[in-house]
Structure formats: C-alpha cells, structure tokens
Design a protein. Sequence first.
Length: 334
Amino acid sequence: MHRHHRAAALTAAVLTGALLATGCSSGSGGKKSEAGGTDAAAGKATTPRMTVALITHAAPGDTFWDLIRKGAQAAAAKDNIKLVYSSDPVAGNQANLVQNAIDQKVDGIALTAAKPDAMKAVVAKAKAAGIPVVGFNSGLDNWKELGMLEYFGQDENIAGQAFGERLNQQGAKHAVCVIQEQGQVALEARCAGLKKGFKGTTENLYVNGTDMPSVKSTLTAKLQKDSSIDQVVTLGAPIALTAVQSVKDAGSEAKVATFDLNKDLVGAIQGGSIDFAVDQQPYLQGYLAVDALWLYRTNGNFSGGGTAPVLTGPAFVTKDNVDTIAEFAKKGTR
C-alpha cells in the first residue's frame, strides 16, 4: 500500500488534477496507466495484495469519471488492492489498454463496454488467461455474451422510460434528446427508452461532447429553428449545464432535465435552472466493480449469480431531495 504521506499527496493530486486524469487524446493510443487508491484508516482487508485494472472509455475533461474512480479507490483501499486506472474514448484504444492489463498479469479487470464489439476478443483473451472480468456503467445488454462475470450499472432503457414518464407528468410535448457520442450503446438506449416512455414527440440531436462550444451552438441553432421544443433532455451533467445557456441564447421556453450528476448540476437543481436529474450512482458502480473482484478472488462470490445485473439506478434527484444529495456532492462523491 502507499505510505501515508504518499497517499495524502496522491489524494491531493487526484482531486486537483481530476480533469486531466479522466482521459487522453485518441492519438496517444491511450492514457498511461497509473496507480490509484489511498490507505484506509480502519477496516482494511488482510487478504493478499491484489492488482486490479480499471479501464474506461472516459473522454478528457468529463468529471463523471472522477466519481467512478473515487468509488473504485475506496474499495481498493479497503480490500488491499493496487488499483491501476487507464482510459480512452476510442474503442480500439480501450481494447489495447485491456490487452496491456492482461500482459501485466493483473488479478482482475473491471471495464466499461460502451462499444461491445470492440471488447469481445480481448475479454475472451482475459478469460483464457484466467483473469476475471466484470463490467460496469456501459454494456448491460452485452456483458453476458462477452463472458463477463457480473455487471454493475443502470438499465438505461428502463431509466429512459422512467424519464419519459416523468416528462408526461410535467406536461411536456416535444423533447429533444441530446446525444454527445453517436453509437455509444448506453446513450442511445437512454434516448430509445425516453421515446418509449414519453407520450409526446422525441427527436435525437447528435453533438460532439468533446467540443462544448460546438454543443452550445448546435443546440442553440436547433432551439431557434424549432420553437415547439419545450424540453431538452441531456445525457451528462456538463452537457446539461451548457444546454441551460443554449436555452437562454435561443430565447427558448424549453426546460432542461438530464441524466447524471456533478456538483455544479446539483447546484443548478437547487437554483431551479434544471428540473431534475437521473443519478446512476457512478461512485457506487466503481466501488462495487472493484469490490466484486476482491470477493470473487477471496471467496468465489459473484453478484447476480452470473445471470442478472446489479442495478445502481435510476435514482431521481429533484428539488425535493437535492439538499441531502448536495452534502455528498460537496465531498465529490455524488
């Protein structure tokens, strides 16, 4: 484990350098792996030291992944695990990162499968090497066929349907669902679920989530062109906060609601500029994925019995309960 003084420095680095630590440019072939986790003051496992690779499709600057990592680091500290984190939003590069973990002979791999086809071969290689693989966050419809041990996340289609039903209650008639990465299965499933649950008109708008000025201008133009849009649905907190600006710039009457949280988004719900958010509890996903590998290695346990996912959402955050959530958001864990 890291010595305490090193742990303190690492924690500071994680908190202050979070934006830089969530991804890399696709041209680099993947962010270099780095150790994570801090010493737990109490309740630490006495089981042999394990190494777990946490590999995501995080895009640079997306603060959502900071919450995943903090949950994973908390589990790693408790379970005497050396956590090695790496990420790349380009599916082929992410698959290469999984191969790197196999080559390093890690004890377990936790990964997101936003582009499941790109993960098939490399997950099979991990299994052949005797390395258990668990899925989280993305790939709910594919984790079993990919041969993963278990899955932790939100059923995005069900969450989308629940989102749509809530819009029905609010009287919305015309929603635009803003997708920041075309072809990403979890995002597409959210908008598909929304369309199923929402009685009004739903249309998808594709934007480039890595270029926020472009997101803002694209959505503003859409709202200016069609004044019948009365609801903007976004699939990430940074996109939602940008959408609030687009609504203002367009002189639109549309309301904004979103999937996913961050600290600023919690403040926006408190302030009333965003109606509600669906929280899939990313901290919980990271925690459970890492802890699951420890449980499997030390006691042969696997949640869901290999047949059912473990659902971490949808948990609605509204003005009615946001103050409670805000206390955790201040700590950077919700």
